[in-house]
Design a protein around this ligand. Sequence first.
Ligand code: SF4
Length: 335
Amino acid sequence: MNHDVAAAINKALDGSDLTKTEVTRLFEIDDLSEEAFAIQRAGRLLSAGLSQGKAEIHGQIGINTGSCPMDCKFCSFAACNGVFPDASVLSAEDAIAGVNSMERQGVNAVYVMSTADMDADRFLELSRAIKDAMISDVPLIANTGDFSLQHANDLVDAGYTGVYHAIRMGEGEFTRIPVARRIKSIENAREAGLQVGMCVEPVGPEHSVEELVEKTLLTRDLGACFSGAMRRTSIPTSPLAAHGQLSYARMATIVAAVALATGAAVPGNCTHEPNGLGVFAGANLLWAEVGSNPRDVEAETVRGWTADRCRDLYSECGWEVLEGPSAMFAKTAMR
Ligand code: SF4
């Protein structure tokens, strides 16, 4: 076993923050090496300890489709990818049916996702309708475009506990959104009392270790309540499709390395799409999905898993699943 890797693993398991050099070493490891399996085992031990052995399933509903001018090359809603030329928005009735269905399956949180250019007032209106019709007390999380402090406060008033907001791989280069704008939204969310989930995504084979380290440490430094890693799913018309997709074998090492790098300050460690290697290596947060999503070319996702299927995967990987509201989003937003 390489001494530097062993030292970094032990340091993370002891509850100390890793340095940038130590995190870099974890991401450099070959996936079939002794060190990679040690990283995966340690990621699992750390995640399980931070979540008391209880993994979570969060359910997301995508409420609209359309042609988004932010042009993130990895996203099926990006105008440049031409997948959804016509805009559509779910009716309140359909959105509520989708959310209630996921609640009946026992998700620990519900996310409402929209494209960045969806009208903010319409988003809030639908959100209030969903919140009023929820049949459980799981937290409501927004996954939408960048926002002002005023809008963050409006999200709290509409019943949101948190947001999902990531600084994506290639942000500002393969998207039309400057990194500073994404960070400002996260700061606005936190100032409004919203908790913030973010992860390292969407990762492709072309991404450097340097960028993986940078985006991982951002999730720790910006105070995420969960981190983790998601691979990019190829959209056939995207220029990024030429790079292909990362294997889940590689993702397992990355997910575990993210867990060790974000450490005790970040209890959640997600992976997406759901896969056994990542879950075995320490992912304690998976998503069920209904409605639209940015990895799909169908308006009603054919890629999204059900919560029951996620639960079965956790069981196969030796995890128990939390019942009731998410522990990662335990605090209620307050102003
Ligand atoms: S990821 Fe969001 S901001 Fe980027 S193109 Fe898709 S919907 Fe628009």
